[in-house]
Design a binder for this molecule. Sequence first.
Ligand SMILES: [Zn+2]
Length: 114
Amino acid sequence: MSDLPNCPKCHSAFTYEDGGLYICPECSHEWSPQAAPAAAAEEVLVVKDASGNVLQDGDTVTVIKDLKVKGSSSVVKVGTKVRNIRLVDGDHNIDCKIDGIGQMGLKSEFVRKA
Ligand SMILES: [Zn+2]
């Protein structure tokens, strides 16, 4: 029974399957497994570089502007290549590790896909 989804309406765990439909005995909601809710409208994270190219995890990007590193005197120089980026949700939407500086967050508008 544990592999049946909870009722999308009342979140009851006492759902059962009957004739290809899932049925919730609590609120009498019936739904088809094919139309199973796509995990509460999961948003796809789209991060674009300065030129509007869509970036992906693992991409290599080039920094297009000298960037001060927060909390240090280091600067990420324009032209710095950043390998294996990871996209995250937030103001600094690229997580990466830069040689000589370490782990940091970048804004996608200051990079270009290499
Ligand atoms: Zn229900």
